[in-house]
Design a protein. Structure first.
Length: 705
């Protein structure tokens, strides 16, 4: 018996010694080891469970448990880890997310400088690079490593005795920002080097790589931002940089960031002889290394690689802007050295981007639904990669200052990631002296109210909730297809109704008459009648559509659905307190306070009253107060034959119950399908009611066949 325990617990020898000091041998065997083993098993189980929920919440946007439940699991794990710190603690989920938001980033001096790369734009330049190196090194041929050049942002990671201790952005190459806590949220980044036996783990190493966002999750993130009234990111690189540079690491954790590692800086204790060996070792240690990296024998093979990867570029799940060639032999790299900030031994070979030159005729400022001011360049129309472009977002004032963009400038623009065109750079040689600097207005271009820039935000905002630009946008949003779906009420008509003072807010739409509409310019009898009809048709909206239509900050379509399902009526939602809101899966404190503030604002209360007076009655939904499964909690184990888990979860929740992934004292039922797992044993030993799939279906009122 003792032998068996000893074998299982070999890893935890130290504890046994520690226990030995305080307990007698028999006590250790009987109670100490049992408790220890139990705790260590529990730690392993909790880590797995939390990792699973991290993925559901942060990456798949589909959490299965409430925040409160998640916090409870995390606390439990933390407590156990405090009592029994083990070898794997460095890579435990407790180390990834959870630090408090920072006031600002600390700066970080890179132990060895982070260099940048010289660029080549043609095959001739690539051949020239190789000839130069051969000449300098006095050799006939050089072999290279060819790597895709990802378009993200470079980071430097410090590992001490195998543990990730610090991570920073490149900054100016000498000093960057300490983004350790944010880097830890990238699940593919090992917090501890895996000892794969391929190479001893160094006491200190700087590992370099690129943080990036894949195209598909990038578009999804942008869709969500637009939905929630926020500015979309111009391209995946900005999205990756913006996400990594968040002071609150919980926000970073929700962003789909990835990382590839491609090099090292200072290293103590071990040596490498080729760059290929570095990459192989990094991969063996558990770091993500791009699978398209190849050893290439000479420069002709490099050019073939450049063309081959170029042809596959569109089918890659992430954006690359070129390839990087690096001399494979590290001693040759050292001999070649650097020229200013570029290593002589590496070259970035760039693919041509869809870019064009044009002139900025003016810079306008747009006011969005949430009051954000966005400067927009109005340009001479130009064809960029097959699309005519005449407007480009300049994002914010900082961006304009950074790129020194002036009205009248000739600029290079590009369509990055097929999204919104952006200004890459100004061509200063084309300046005539007549160009005008842009200044962000001090007051809102629409309502003259003061413009505010909140601390920590790059955006300027008009904070007047009655700002006409915001209100017009707000009315357009209210009437849009995914909200109240009022046919015929688009951007132009929303603005016209507002400007002619026929309406001041969305509720006024319901007091419009055909006669009033006919007073408008170019308003035909038939279309006036159609609009009145479609407004009338929208009077009994689904509750979630109505909540979404209200345009509450951070409440997109999905959140609106969750709110409708949980609160069932506008009355209940208006009454909800912060804690009632945060008790809903996926709703955090920021969304919750935005909702509470919205319903406390006097103007909004008046608008809500007007809706009632007009007879706008969102349809109520049944909720948990009078439903059969209120307060009942379910756990599933094994495969169900008749119904998927997602469907089962939806039904349970619609009947007021909850679904959890692990069995606790609070579990009411464990539902067993085919081939149940350890949850069944746990249920048995804890005396929790176990029901079959058939019994479950009966319980939720479904027929079984
Ligand atoms: S090597 C001295 N390898 O490109 C070596 N850089 O223009 C410096 N990049 O700052 C970097 N993929 O952000 C290297 N496979 C790769 C890369 C890569 C992307 C970025 C990196 C760097 C920039 C240089």
């Amino acid at each position: 018996m003792l032998k068996l325990y000893a074998a299982t617990l070999k890893k935890y020898k130290l504890y046994l010694i520690a226990f030995d000091l305080t307990l007698t041998q028999t006590e250790v065997n009987i109670s100490g080891m049992n408790k220890l083993e139990e705790s260590l098993n529990k730690i392993a189980e909790l880590r797995k469970t939390i990792e699973y929920h991290n993925k559901r919440y942060y990456q798949q946007d589909a959490p299965e448990i409430s925040d409160a439940e998640y916090d409870r699991l995390m606390r439990q794990l933390q407590e156990l880890e405090n009592q029994y710190p083990d070898d794997d603690i460095a890579s435990s989920p407790t180390q990834r997310v959870g630090a408090a938001p920072l006031a600002k980033f600390a700066s970080f001096s890179h132990p060895s400088a982070m260099l940048s790369l010289a660029n080549a734009f043609s095959n001739d330049e690539i051949i020239e690079f190789d000839s130069r190196l051969k000449r300098l090194a006095g050799v006939d041929s050089i072999s290279y490593i060819a790597e895709p050049k990802l378009d993200g942002l470079a980071v430097n990671l410090i590992y001490e005795n195998g543990l990730f201790t610090k991570g920073a952005t490149r900054g100016d190459g000498a000093t960057g920002e300490d983004v350790t806590q944010n880097l830890k949220t990238i699940s593919s980044l090992p917090l501890k080097i895996k000892n794969a036996g391929n190479k001893a783990i160094p006491s200190f190493i700087e590992i370099r790589g690129e943080v990036y966002m894949e195209s598909e999750p990038f578009h999804k993130l942008n869709r969500r931002r637009i939905d929630e009234g926020e500015e979309p990111f111009a391209n995946p690189r900005n999205a990756a940089a913006g996400s990594l540079r968040q002071l609150d690491s919980k926000i970073t954790a929700r962003r789909p960031l990835n990382i590839f590692l491609y090099g090292i800086g200072n290293i103590h204790g071990i040596n490498f002889s080729t760059h290929w060996e570095v990459l192989q070792t990094l991969s063996g240690w558990g770091f993500p290394v791009n699978k398209f990296i190849e050893r290439v024998q000479d420069i002709n093979a490099c050019i073939r690689y450049f063309e081959h990867i170029g042809a596959r570029r569109k089918s890659l799940p992430y954006e690359i802007d070129g390839i990087v060639l690096k001399v494979n032999d590290l001693s040759l790299q050292e001999t070649l050295g650097n020229v200013s900030r570029n290593p002589r031994w590496a070259l970035a070979c760039k693919y041509p981007a869809a870019q064009e030159t044009t002139i900025i005729k003016n810079i306008e400022v747009q006011v969005g639904r949430m009051g954000t001011l966005t400067p927009v360049a109005i340009m001479e129309p130009v064809n960029v990669g097959g699309v005519m472009v005449s407007r480009a977002t300049l994002h914010n004032e900082d961006e304009i200052i950074k790129k020194d963009i002036r009205i009248g400038d000739t600029v290079v623009i590009q369509r990055a990631g097929d999204v919104i065109p952006e200004v890459v750079k100004v061509i200063p040689e084309k300046r005539t002296g007549k160009e005008k600097k842009f200044k962000m207005p001090k007051t809102c271009p629409e309502c003259n109210s003061e413009i505010v820039r909140f601390e920590g935000e790059v955006a300027h905002r008009c904070v007047n909730i009655s700002c006409p630009a915001q209100l017009k946008e707000h009315i357009r949003h209210f009437a849009s297809r995914s909200a109240m779906d009022i046919e015929g009420l688009g951007e132009r008509l929303s603005a016209q109704l507002f400007d002619t003072k026929l309406i001041a807010d969305p509720a006024d739409l319901y007091f419009l008459t055909k006669d009033k509409l006919l007073e408008l310019d170019r308003q035909a009898d038939k279309s006036a009648q159609n609009l009145i009809d479609s407004i009338a048709r929208s009077k009994k909206p689904q509750l979630d559509k109505f909540i979404y239509a209200l345009g509450i900050r951070h409440v997109g379509e999905r959140t609106a659905k969750l709110l409708a399902a949980r609160f069932g009526s506008m009355e209940n939602l208006i009454k909800a307190k912060i804690e009632d809101l945060t008790a809903v899966n996926e709703i955090g404190p920021e969304i919750a306070s935005s909702i509470v503030e919205f319903f406390h604002e006097g103007k909004n209360i008046d608008v809500m009253k007007k809706f009632s007076k007009a007879g706008v009655i969102p349809q109520k939904k049944e909720v948990s107060n009078n439903v059969p499964l209120a307060g009942k909690s379910f756990v599933f184990t094994g495969t169900m034959e008749g119904m998927g888990r997602t469907a089962a979860k939806e039904i349970i929740e619609s009947l007021g119950g909850t679904v959890h992934s692990s069995v606790t004292k609070k579990t009411t039922y464990v539902v067993t399908g085919d081939d149940p797992g350890s949850k069944l044993d746990k249920a048995k030993s804890s005396g929790i009611k176990i029901i079959s799939e058939k019994e479950f279906l009966k319980l939720i009122g479904r027929k079984t066949s």
